[in-house]
Design a protein around this ligand. Structure first.
Ligand SMILES: O=C(CO)COP(=O)(O)O
Length: 258
């Protein structure tokens, strides 16, 4: 059985300008220590306009914190006004990029096909995609959360080879739990995260499935993170609102102490 290092990632969404981002990363850096970095991987996912500043603080101070973006273009370069390419993110030393967050699916019409192209663009440029999948409230009420989420997984991973797939991060984010304070129960999280790992084993192999980190996201706070992280198929958290409060995010990173 592979040991998976938990990945605790803060998705800042459209919050914190570059000056606020510098201050926020500094606050995190004062609080986090070697023991934290030995136990978990910590990442911040910042707006595009913050990335250069975040990189400067993290690399200048030799912090072990990883950083990344919240989206990328499916295209390499060219006449795509407003888009940011994977190569541009790689040039800034980004490690991660979220793909297919539910807010992009909902407000920007991102389909599984586009997410698949973005996953491939991320890999092509040496970035690790965090593919976000999860069901809305109506699907959950109908009891179809597993089938719905696995269909998004299949779509996002279409034609992605095993050697890339084993390095991907999957974030299970039930849409009804995002920003609502309505956290999924640990059992809800485990049901779908376990099904995701099972599906990865079917698509690739058990060995690949055992390597992939699966995060839970949706109203994660210091008060609920420990119970969610105790689930066997949950390997991290993708934290929205609570990641904007440095003290709270540090508590989430230290989930074992909560
Ligand atoms: O969407 C999320 C992280 O990507 C979750 O957001 P909240 O933690 O604010 O519910």
């Amino acid at each position: 059985m592979t040991t998976r290092t938990p990945l605790m990632a803060g998705n800042w969404k459209m919050n914190l300008n570059h000056l606020e981002a510098i201050r926020h990363v500094q606050l995190l850096s004062f609080a986090l220590n070697e023991k934290d970095y030995d136990a978990v991987e910590v990442a911040v996912l910042a707006p595009f306009t913050d990335l250069r500043s975040v990189q400067t603080v993290i690399e200048g101070d030799k912090l072990k914190m990883k950083f990344g973006a919240q989206d990328l273009s499916a295209h390499d370069s060219g006449a795509y006004t407003g888009e940011v390419s994977g190569a541009m993110l790689a040039k800034l030393n980004c490690t991660y990029v979220t793909v297919g967050h539910s807010e992009r699916r909902e407000y920007h019409g991102e389909t599984d096909e586009l997410c698949n192209a973005k996953v491939k663009a991320a890999f092509k440029n040496g970035l690790t995609p965090i593919l976000c999948i999860g069901e809305g409230l109506d699907v959950r009420k109908a009891g179809n959360q597993v089938a719905h989420t696995l269909a998004q997984l299949d779509g996002g991973l279409k034609d992605v080879p095993a050697e890339q797939a084993e390095t991907i991060v999957i974030a299970y984010e039930p849409v009804w739990a995002i920003g609502t304070g309505e956290v999924a129960t640990p059992e809800d999280a485990q049901e779908v995260c376990g099904a995701i790992r099972g599906r990865l084993a079917e698509l690739y192999s058990q060995e690949v499935a055992d390597k992939v980190r699966i995060q839970y996201g949706g109203s994660v706070k210091s008060g609920n993170v420990a119970a969610i992280m105790a689930q066997p198929d949950v390997d991290g958290a993708l934290v929205g609102g609570a990641s904007l409060d440095a003290d709270e995010f540090v508590k989430i990173v230290r989930f074992r102490d909560q």
